[in-house]
Structure formats: structure tokens, C-alpha cells
Design a protein around this ligand. Structure first.
Ligand SMILES: [Zn+2]
Length: 616
């Protein structure tokens, strides 16, 4: 099989998705595409660029856009292979069956080609691999192991990018690396700034929709929200008359509220307006798309929910001011404004905290002589996060001032002197005189267990627990309840750590300056790099190997990549009461070194402060 589509398709693909949808009379959810209601989407559909990013609020016509794009590409690149990636295990099947297949089967012209292969007459019509004529699309879970690994593809589509990590996406994109003109289509609701979908949006030409108003440049509702919502609840008769006049002139119902909506939003009357020139905007979809970074190659679009005809301003005001169900600021930004948002309070570690913990007088022991290490490096603590083909290691030592001093950072991997990552970690145990190591036992339980047996009483297997009550850290070998049922079967040298509390405690140490670290550019390691970022993909297979200051480029960014957001309880009853719980979330990348750092802190806290007259 080849990822290249070469044969000429017996079906017409037309010049762009807009034409494609109209010529075939395609329908979405059994209804024709509504170009009158969604006239602002005509231009994105007419965009034939092979690399697109769509950062969208909820209900912004996302599915229709993806299906039209994918189907058209399957015809345009007849005989090619495509990968369609989702974050969850159940999503690929659900999308393939409930969205993709019905979309094709509802059209009499396209229908016969689903599950039909031109070459041998045997097509695939399995849920996760479907052929359309001689083109194949695989519906895949990102980061999942599949039999399709290594098969080159013409292009990749990504759905709900905000729940994928940067590294997972980079690995998936390797599939089309052999193509000269690959297809890449990314879609997602917004989440955190400068990570996930927002990162890809920023790297594109950043097309925002400008609603026409009295200002020459128009007004971007999503960038001026919530100021672009004119609250009419206490409007005087003069303002009310002006608003009524504007809607009348535009030939639209007052505030775009019809039928049930008039009652539903009666207590939150509002209109869109330009906060700059004061013009009332009865039709926010009257305007144009404008790239804010026109020099960038990728076309990226920002779609706020406010442009949807189903989202009159009164509905937004109600959501902000009088929500009928609990709603967070994040949700309003992400779903309604279609913008990335992170409350700075929720991301504890900032650059200035890390910088404040640097002490340029300290040394990285790896750069010193063995004699020096023998003299100064004793009873250290090692934390390790195990990954596929490499282990993220942090080694710390208690400083005389009581701070946790980071003395070594390493991504232990296969090519470290031809040893497997575990052998390298064993070597580090010796080189740095590690007293206690806390290592993560998943997903490699067997290796971790074997490693712990090798260093009996020095290596502890960590597992995270979700419970919030009780102790943050419980060591199994010092527990007081040995006669509890099931306890004996548990591995003695293990430690349970409350995930959220533990991460908060460990990361707060940076903020409070309870940590210290030598020059962040001092310690170098050869690591795979792509687009200026160290690539921690499975087996470290992606990227060019080069010398990297591992503290500055990997360890520090990982400390910043954890946010604590308060989420409403999933339990419906608790949610109705507005109960929240705090959860630690990864921002943009998998911060393996935030976890390894926590493990090292836990280990070091157990060792405690050095005492005169020998160790404890
Ligand atoms: Zn204006």
C-alpha cells in the first residue's frame, strides 16, 4: 500500500468544500447545509488549503466542516490513505458509525463507493477502517497501539486536539512525513493558551471573523467579549428605541429572539454591539474573515459560538449572569467565545519562580570528578517516571539549608551506552549514592517490580490515588495495619501518593523557593529535537539528536505544565449543588518531569535532613 493517491477518481471533487457540498447536495444530520444561517462559514468552506486549523466554540458546525473536508479529500486523492485521530478509545468507532457512514450513505451518488475497492473489488467496510472507492480512512485513537503503525499516509485529521498532547500529535504527523504536499486538518474546542489547539492556531495565519460596524476594521466579537454584549436589562427607552430600530432596519426579529426563546431569555435581554463605535449589530455574521498573521503558511480559523444563529446575545448574557446550570469562566471562554483561557492563579509555577530557585554557585555533580562526588554526594533521592523506551529521572539531595536541591536530571534511554533504560537508572543509583528511589510502577509493572527487588528497601513503587482525605503520602512498609485483608499481597516496598495534593505540594516548593538548582544551562544531554522542542515520543523515535540543556528545555517546562482547575463534580447531584473538586491537569504536554520531581521530593522528605554522626 502507498500513501499516495495517484489514480484518477471516477467522481468529481470540485474546487472546494463549498462547491462540493452544494453540487452533491450533501446533508448533515438529514438536513441540507444552511448557508443562509451560517453565511460566515462559506469562506472557510471555500478554502482549499491542505493544512487547516479550526479552533471552535461549541455548536459551531464543526462536524459538517470535517465531513465535507474528509470526503472531498478522499476523492481528490483517490487511492490514498488517511488517518482520522481521536483522543478516546470509543470515539473512532462512534464517529465512523454515527457520523461518517450516514453522511456518505445519505447521498445516492457517493453511497455505492463506500466499502468498494477499485483494484480488487474487495473493499473494507469495517468500523475503524473504511474504504471509499480506492481510498482508505483509518479511524484511530491517538497514542493507541495499532496495526497501522508505520503505514505512510497522505494526511491526518485530528478531532478534539485539546485532549491530545503535543508529542502524540507530532508522532501521528510522522505518518505523512514522506509526502510532499500532505493534508493536515485539526479541529477542537479551545482550552489552554499556547498549548493544544491554541498552539496550532497561533502557528497559523489566525483568521478572525470581523463583524462590520462603524469602525473601518470591524469588530471581532470573540476578542472584545464580554464587552461586545450590550446588556439591555436596565436600558432606558432611548437606547431601547435605538436597538429596536437597528433590528427593524436589518429586517430581523427583535434581538433575534423568536418563539420559545422570547420567554426563555426574557430576563437577560441583550444585543451584540461594537463597544468602540457603539453600533448595534443585529446580524453578527455580516462581515469578513481577516488573517491576523498573514505571513504564516497554515490557515487557522477561530469560530466563536456567538456567530451561530442559535446563539443570540441574550443567551450569552444568561450564561454569564444567570446560568441555569453551573458554568465556569473557562467554559464560557472555551465554548462561547471560542478562546483559550487559563486563570493564572491555577498554574502555580511561573518562570520567575524557577529563576528564583537557581543558584549559580552550585555544581551539577555529573560534570565534577568522581572524587568530588564521593565527597559531596550522599544519601540522595531519586524520582522516576517510566515511559516507553525511556525513563525520566530526577535526583535530589537535601541541602544544608534544608532546601531540596536538584542535582541531576536525565532521560535514561536505550542508546545510553547501549544499555536499556533500567540498567542506566541502576547505574545512576550507584553514581549518585541514591538512598531512596520512588518510581512509577505503571505502565511497566514487571520491570519496575524487578528493579525494586534488585534494590530491596531502597526502591519504592509509587501509585497515585484519587482520594482527598487522609495522608498525602503513605508508605506501605511503615503502615500500621499489617493485618488488614489483602495487605499482605501488596508489594511491601510501595508508596501511595494522593495525585492532586502531591503535585500541589511538590510544585508549591518552587513557588515558595524551597528548592534549589544549579545553572539551568549547565547540564547537557543529547536528545531528539523537532521544531525547537525536545521530543519525548515512544522509543524517542521522532526528531534530530542534538545537545540540549535538559534542565532549561525539559525539566523546567514540565514544572510549569500543570494547572489546578476546579471542576464540577461529575456526580449529577453534587454538580447541581455547585460542588467542585480540584484536579491537576496537564497543560499542552505530558509533564513527565513534574511527576518525577514529585517522586524525588517524596523520597527526599522520607530521608529527611542530614544529621551529624551518621545517617538514619
Ligand atoms: Zn465599531
Amino acid at each position: 500500500m502507498s500513501g499516495l493517491g495517484s489514480a484518477r477518481a471516477p467522481l468529481e471533487c470540485y474546487g472546494n468544500s463549498f462547491e462540493f457540498v452544494n453540487r452533491y447536495g450533501l446533508r448533515i444530520d438529514r438536513r441540507p447545509y444552511d448557508w443562509d444561517g451560517y453565511k460566515h462559514l462559506v469562506e472557510p468552506y471555500q478554502d482549499d488549503h491542505p493544512m487547516q486549523v479550526h479552533m471552535a466554540g461549541a455548536q459551531t458546525g464543526k462536524t459538517g466542516r470535517q465531513l465535507a473536508f474528509l470526503t472531498r479529500m478522499m476523492i481528490k486523492h483517490w487511492g490514498a490513505l488517511f488517518g482520522y485521530f481521536f483522543p478516546d478509545l470509543h470515539l473512532p468507532g462512534a464517529y465512523s458509525n454515527a457520523r461518517f457512514a450516514p453522511f456518505i450513505l445519505e447521498n445516492e451518488v457517493l453511497k455505492p463507493w463506500l466499502g468498494k475497492n477499485m483494484a480488487d473489488g474487495k473493499g473494507l467496510d469495517r468500523t475503524l477502517a473504511r474504504t471509499f472507492g480506492s481510498t482508505t480512512v483509518f479511524f484511530l485513537t491517538i497514542g493507541g497501539k495499532t496495526s497501522t503503525e508505520g503505514i505512510p499516509m497522505k494526511g491526518c485529521l485530528f478531532d478534539e486536539v485539546r485532549r491530545m498532547t503535543y508529542h502524540q500529535i507530532q508522532l501521528a504527523e510522522e505518518r505523512y512525513s514522506a509526502q510532499s504536499d500532505p493534508i493536515d486538518f485539526k479541529v477542537s474546542t479551545a482550552k489552554y493558551p499556547n498549548s493544544d489547539i491554541d498552539l496550532f492556531f497561533q502557528r497559523g495565519d489566525q483568521r478572525y471573523f470581523h463583524t462590520a460596524c462603524g469602525c473601518g476594521e470591524g469588530v471581532v466579537l470573540s476578542l472584545t467579549a464580554p464587552d461586545c454584549i450590550l446588556d439591555l436589562r436596565k436600558a432606558d427607552t432611548r437606547l431601547m428605541r435605538r436597538v429596536k430600530h437597528a433590528f427593524h432596519e436589518a429586517g430581523r426579529p427583535f434581538l433575534n429572539l423568536v418563539g420559545e426563546d422570547q420567554k426563555k431569555y426574557a430576563d437577560s435581554l441583550a444585543a451584540y454591539w461594537c463597544p468602540k463605535c457603539g453600533e448595534i449589530l443585529p446580524d453578527p455574521r455580516e462581515g469578513w474573515w481577516e488573517p491576523h498573521a498573514p505571513d504564516k503558511w497554515v490557515h487557522s480559523y477561530q469560530h466563536p459560538q456567538m456567530l451561530s444563529p442559535t446563539y443570540p446575545a441574550s443567551r450569552v448574557l444568561q450564561k454569564i449572569d444567570r446560568p441555569t446550570e453551573p458554568v465556569s469562566v473557562e467554559e464560557i471562554f472555551n465554548s462561547v467565545f471560542g478562546r483559550a483561557y487559563l486563570d493564572p492563579e491555577k498554574q502555580p509555577v511561573q518562570d520567575e519562580h524557577l529563576a528564583a530557585c537557581v543558584d549559580y554557585n552550585l555544581h551539577w555533580p555529573a560534570l565534577m570528578s568522581e572524587r568530588w562526588r564521593k565527597r559531596y554526594v550522599h544519601n540522595t533521592a531519586l524520582g522516576m517516571d517510566a515511559q516507553a523506551g525511556y525513563n525520566c529521572v530526577v535526583i535530589k539531595q537535601m541541602a544544608p539549608n534544608g532546601k531540596h536541591r536538584t542535582i541531576h536530571i536525565e532521560i535514561a534511554h536505550d542508546s545510553t551506552g547501549g544499555m536499556d533504560p533500567w540498567k542506566r537508572v541502576a547505574r545512576l543509583m550507584y553514581l549518585f549514592d541514591v538512598r531512596i528511589a520512588v518510581i512509577d510502577c505503571m505502565p511497566h509493572w514487571n520491570e519496575a517490580h524487578r528493579f525494586a527487588m534488585l534494590f530491596k528497601g531502597r526502591v519504592y513503587l509509587a501509585n497515585y490515588v484519587d482520594s482527598e482525605g487522609g495522608q498525602m503520602v503513605s508508605w506501605k512498609d511503615t503502615g500500621k495495619k499489617p493485618d488488614q485483608k489483602g495487605e499482605e499481597t501488596r508489594f511491601k516496598w510501595s508508596v501511595a501518593i494522593q495525585r492532586t495534593k502531591g503535585l500541589k505540594w511538590s510544585l508549591d516548593r518552587w513557588v515558595k523557593r524551597f528548592n534549589e538548582v544549579p545553572s539551568p544551562t549547565g547540564l547537557l544531554q543529547r536528545l531528539p529535537v523537532k521544531e525547537g522542542k525536545v521530543m519525548l515520543t515512544s522509543g524517542l523515535r521522532v526528531g534530530q539528536w542534538e545537545q540540549v540543556p535538559v534542565c532549561r528545555d525539559v525539566y523546567f517546562p514540565h514544572q510549569k505544565a500543570v494547572a489546578f482547575s476546579d471542576k464540577y463534580e461529575e456526580d449529577e447531584e453534587k454538580k447541581a449543588e455547585g460542588k467542585k473538586k480540584i484536579v491537576a491537569e496537564h497543560v499542552g504536554l505530558d509533564p513527565h518531569f513534574a511527576h518525577a520531581n514529585l517522586y524525588a521530593d517524596v523520597a527526599l522528605a522520607r530521608i529527611g535532613r542530614p544529621r551529624l554522626g551518621g545517617e538514619r
